[in-house]
Design a protein around this ligand. Structure first.
Ligand code: GDP
Ligand code: MG
Length: 177
């Protein structure tokens, strides 16, 4: 029996939050497995995926949690947030409402999570540029006001996905180490 954790310097729990259908599960699949599926089923059961990487010559395991299709406001339990050192706050840049809901998700997150949690605002589906409903300036302004990192991504085209997770994880590492 080989204990793979033995060589791990850090394990970082990161939670994905945001409205249903914004692409949380596909971002996770893209980052951890470099996969994307067009007809992804709604996530069932609390699930996480892990990905190990090297940051500053240390072995870091990212344990990324995906909601159990409980994206209804306040349906995500406090156990989901427990121990999280990072959060990816995801909206769909073609759905204005999913961006407007970021305020509530942030409130919920701040109510449950550690105050030093690193939060990355993500505008997903940037491949659908012609359907954009959220100007990049609106998101930047919100991110600045709330002190969040911000990036637009496409899980479909693998744009900025690795970059977004790595930026968040590096920031977490910087705070924790
Ligand atoms: P979740 O409910 O937030 O986990 O959303 P899913 O990951 O299940 O994705 C919801 C839908 O959006 C699925 O049909 C995905 O194929 C689609 N989707 C996810 N990410 C992208 C993306 O980057 N671009 C496009 N065009 N579609 C996406
Ligand atoms: Mg999902």
């Amino acid at each position: 029996h080989v204990d793979l954790n033995a060589k791990m310097d850090y394990v970082f729990k990161v939670v994905l939050i945001g409205d249903s259908a914004v692409g949380k599960s596909q971002l996770l699949a893209r980052f951890t497995k470099n996969e994307f599926s067009v007809d992804s089923k709604a996530t069932i059961g609390v699930e996480f995926q892990t990905k190990t990487m090297v940051i500053d010559q240390k072995m870091v395991k990212a344990q990324i949690w995906d909601t159990a299709g409980q994206e209804r406001y306040r349906a995500v339990t406090s156990a989901y947030y427990r121990g999280a050192v990072g959060a990816m706050l995801v909206y769909d840049m073609t759905k204005r409402q999913s961006f407007d809901h970021m305020t509530r998700w942030l409130e919920e997150l701040r109510g449950h999570a550690d105050k030093n949690i690193v939060i990355m605002l993500i505008g997903n589906k940037c491949d659908l540029a012609s359907l954009r409903a959220v100007p990049v300036e609106d998101a930047q302004e919100f991110a600045e006001r709330e002190n969040l990192c911000f990036m637009e991504t496409s899980a479909l085209e693998a744009t900025n996905v690795e970059n977004a997770f790595l930026t968040a994880l590096t920031e977490i590492y910087r705070i924790i180490s």
